[in-house]
Design a protein around this ligand. Structure first.
Ligand code: BG6
Length: 498
């Protein structure tokens, strides 16, 4: 890698994603000596900037958003010359000649051919035109050296996802296409695979014989913020469940891959999605619920409801978009038959936390009368992805005392107490993988399409049925009552970390 010259071309160079995530990630990779000796970061966008203007912007962004804090002068000074900027209109095919010339210049300076990574940090409606213009300019022909990175949303529904995949497929080979789901780059998410497939004690229990149900909960305290323009056309199901939460489900539910390679891991995940029970219009009513936040108070501050924010941002003030969704899924295969997977996500909830809870069945025969037992009798494995980074195994133990009384206690692996090193940001891991050409943590085209296929009946049904009672939860709550009812009717409740 060190000796492999690389050029990152970032479309949307002046945008939010580059400012908050990409530039800080590249900078931290540089600080930790992961980047090749010869590399260039080329930002491009409609704004007219010089190299120096762009460097100054990135410097400020890195100071503000990098996990390693403000850039030190000496380190910044050695990083900055690698950064360049080209003002360009991505819709204009001629401007792509300039990229070609710039790539050639750098290659002749380095006296070696370079790997070129095109990062499309732009709105998805620009994906097709950029890909086509790159191809027309002959910039994508070398399948070994060129890669394209795109972000979600990958399509708005099944049909548009298929169209986009087909278009990209005409220009690139699948091995050149990196579809980012940033959840897969999170340290704790990668660790689920280590936990499941490098430990002997879990695998025998990891099935319908021992597991009663699974919960995947990604709750956020923040509202939609200033992103109504995007979010109102999306909603929680498209924004989170179709991608991040289903990816988590796949990692929990997948069969052991034969090896830790991109083809194997991704194939086993697609198997899960293909095995998932499809919805009918009737089952959607039973298994999927939605919500939208109203106004409320968060930490002493009054916050507006979604519809007020919509009005302020010039979006439909009667919006029917869901900011909360909870769905019950089944994976119809031998391992998981009959085990419900409850997924929920929402904004403006009581707390920000991403947690997977695996609840095991009760012991086959209890020798302890109920008077001696905790109300929580079942073992639970609780994988906390963020902000707490931990894995807890909840077991029964005897409470100290002369009488025999049991209660649930946690056996805890906590990153904070175990490791000194700071975990990298998801984007650092993912960008390095693009550099290395490792697609394990990226979504394959068919994976994206299967996930869309699965959620389409819910989307269609919700689109056809205007919700009569929005807003149906207030800020700082745990979501609408229907979400509690969804899981309570099976005799369970949503788990939250204390
Ligand atoms: C993004 C969604 O993909 O993920 C956002 O578009 C959401 O709406 C975000 O807030 C959550 O990511 P994280 O890493 O903060 O959990």
């Amino acid at each position: 890698l060190k000796s492999q010259p690389t050029i990152f071309i970032i479309f949307g160079g002046t945008g939010d994603l580059n400012a908050r995530k990409l530039a800080p990630a590249l900078y931290n990779l540089y600080l930790e000596h992961w980047l090749p000796e010869q590399f260039a970061i080329v930002g491009t966008g409609r704004t007219k900037l010089t190299d120096d203007d762009f460097r100054e912007r990135l410097h400020k962004d890195i100071d503000q958003f990098s996990r390693s804090g403000k850039a030190k002068a000496e380190q910044w000074d050695s990083f900055a010359p690698h950064v360049h900027y080209y003002p360009a209109d991505v819709q204009n095919a001629d401007t792509y000649q300039i990229f070609g010339e710039h790539i050639k210049e750098l290659e002749s300076e380095w006296q070696q051919p370079a790997n070129v990574i095109y990062y499309l940090a732009v709105a998805p409606n620009f994906f097709p035109i950029i890909a086509e213009n790159l191809a027309k300019a002959g910039l994508t022909a070398d399948a070994e050296r060129t890669r394209i990175v795109i972000e979600k949303p990958i399509g708005h529904d099944l049909e548009s996802a298929k169209e986009l995949n087909a278009l990209l497929g005409r220009i690139f080979q699948e091995k050149q296409i990196y579809r980012i789901d940033h959840y897969l780059g999170k340290e704790t998410v990668q660790n689920i695979m280590a936990f499941r497939f490098a430990n002997a004690i879990m695998e025998p229990l990891w099935n319908r014989n021992y597991i009663e149900h699974v919960q995947i909960s990604v709750t956020e305290q923040l509202g939609v913020g200033d992103r109504l323009g995007y979010y109102d056309g999306s909603g929680a199901l498209r924004d989170m469940i179709q991608n991040h939460l289903l990816q988590l489900l796949c990692i929990v539910a997948m069969e052991p891959p034969v090896s830790f390679t991109a083809e194997e891991v991704r194939a086993r995940k697609v198997d899960v999605l293909r095995a998932m029970r499809r919805f009918t219009p009737e089952s959607v009513r039973d298994m999927a619920v939605r919500g939208q936040y109203g106004p409320g108070w968060i930490e002493g501050q009054q916050v507006p409801g979604y519809r007020q924010e919509a009005e302020q941002q010039g979006v439909n003030p009667q919006s029917n978009t869901e900011t909360f969704a909870a769905v019950k899924f089944f994976v119809d295969n031998w391992r998981w038959q009959g085990v419900p997977f409850y997924l929920r996500t929402g904004k403006r909830l009581h707390r920000t936390a991403s947690v997977i809870t695996i609840q095991f069945k009760e012991v086959p025969h209890s020798i302890f009368p109920s008077s001696m037992m905790d109300t929580q009798r079942q073992n639970r494995l609780i994988i906390s992805i963020q902000p707490e980074m931990s894995i807890r195994l909840q077991v029964q133990a005897k409470r100290p005392g002369v009488d025999m009384v049991l209660n649930a206690v946690d056996m805890v692996f906590d990153y904070k107490g175990t490791y000194v090193a700071q975990a990298p940001e998801a984007y650092e891991t993912l960008l390095l993988d693009v550099l290395l050409g490792d697609q394990t943590l990226f979504m394959r085209g068919d994976q994206v399409e299967e996930a869309w296929d699965l959620v389409m009946p819910i989307l269609t049904s919700w689109q056809n049925r205007v919700s009569q009672n929005f807003p149906n939860y207030s800020a700082d709550s745990w979501g609408p009552e229907v979400a509690e009812a969804l899981i309570a009717k099976d005799g369970f409740h949503w788990f939250t970390l204390p």
